[in-house]
Design a protein around this ligand. Structure first.
Ligand code: FNR
Length: 369
């Protein structure tokens, strides 16, 4: 179908499924084990209901916000997804160019299939980019990578903490064969890569499973970028991150690709926010909570923010949007979010992101499965 015929983000997924080579579709769409968590990521939002307010003059609606102190035209950022070139020859650059045009923040993956500098060079002046970090067994490689990113103007460091070992994505494992072109750039940056166990395994053997809280002061010593832990699931760890003086957390299960039957990020949000409130006034501009996983609609975005998230991350929906249409597809995905946000905020009776509050949702069914 032509881009004009794309009406929602699900349409991009349907198109990607048809046009992608089977191994690329397997890598992008797969999740771990029985794929229960990936299903739950969508289902959780369907157990949250709105309590819309009326007669509030919603003629002017503004969905722009700040993320880690940086302006963002959407309350949504592009989460890191590895190996963009499996989906389109321009890979991650499709995201960078579209994001630059629309004022959206992109999180650059350690396992990007374009070189890091190529992705930074593709940004327009003032464009905000974050870095997602997989920590190398060789800390010297990690130190150089982080400090280089900061020097290049990256504005935030998201350390992925839910992947000491990559989950078993069985659809991907069955493919075995690894696309050399997609993996080549990753091999340049990170050593110790194997190629005989599916794409995910092939690119992840350098990741250090010994990573622990003891390493956090070291990260703080090597960079002035705000540090966020990506892949937190409990109030206990949220409080640890807060007490270590970090800038925030992403409540995430890695798009269902790591521990299967882990709860969804949005389900964990309520108790995490309740725990953080015991440490002081909320919202706290010095500590932000993000959520990702399963977000396909502006209504999902608004629910997570109403429950306390400051913004949300989107992985697959943006990936799928460039597979057939390149940069134009990603721009269309932003426009869909924008149109849906405008309509949903009006119907919900909210004019700004700051006006979103827990009273606007009924989450009573969220914990009953
Ligand atoms: C990911 N994700 C991810 N996360 C990360 O920290 N480092 C990475 O390299 C990747 N790579 C990656 C590849 C693919 C194909 C997917 C689908 C996901 C996880 C990603 O950042 C995010 O947490 C999830 O994608 C969010 O869920 P949705 O939006 O895909 O449902």
């Amino acid at each position: 179908p032509s881009l004009d015929e794309i009406v929602n983000l699900h349409d991009f997924e349907a198109v990607a499924k048809v046009i992608l080579p089977p191994k690329a579709w397997a890598y992008y769409s797969s999740a771990s084990d029985d794929e229960i968590t990936i299903r739950e990521n969508r289902a959780a939002y369907q157990r949250i209901w709105f309590r819309p307010r009326i007669l509030r003059d919603v003629s002017v609606v503004d969905w722009s916000t700040t993320i880690l102190g940086q302006r963002s035209s959407l309350p949504v950022y592009i989460s890191a997804t590895a190996l963009g070139k499996l989906g389109h020859p321009d890979g991650e650059l499709n995201l960078t160019r579209a994001a630059g045009k629309h004022g959206v923040i992109q999180m650059i993956p350690t396992l990007a299939s374009c070189a890091f500098d190529e992705i930074v060079d593709a940004a327009v002046p003032g464009q905000v980019q974050f870095l997602q970090l997989y920590v190398n067994r060789d800390r010297e490689i990690t130190r150089r990578y982080v400090q280089h990113a900061e020097k290049r103007g990256v504005k935030g460091l998201f350390i992925t903490v839910d992947a000491p070992q990559l989950g078993r994505r069985e659809k991907d494992m069955r493919m075995k064969f690894v696309d050399e072109s997609g993996v080549a750039k990753v091999q340049e940056n990170q050593s110790g890569i194997r190629k005989d166990e599916g794409v995910a395994r092939a690119i992840s053997t350098f990741i250090d499973p010994s990573l622990s809280w003891k390493d956090i002061p070291w990260f703080k010593s090597i960079t002035n970028m705000p540090i966020v832990l990506k892949g937190v699931a409990t109030p206990e760890d949220a409080l640890m991150a807060y007490d270590y003086g970090l800038a925030g957390i992403v409540l995430s299960n890695h798009g269902g690709r790591q521990l299967d039957t882990a709860r969804s990020g949005v389900e964990n949000l309520i108790e995490v926010v309740a725990a953080l409130k015991t440490r002081g006034p909320w919202p706290n501009p010095k500590f932000e909570v993000f959520v990702d996983g399963g977000i396909r609609r502006a209504s999902d975005v608004l629910k997570a923010i109403a429950l306390g998230a400051s913004a949300v991350g989107v992985g697959r929906a943006f990936m799928y949007s460039f597979c057939a249409y390149g940069q134009d597809g990603v721009e269309k995905a932003f426009e869909i979010f924008r149109d849906e946000l405008e309509m949903n905020m009006r119907l919900l009776g909210t004019r700004t992101i700051d006006e979103l509050s827990p009273e606007l949702v009924d989450a009573n069914a969220l914990h009953s499965h």
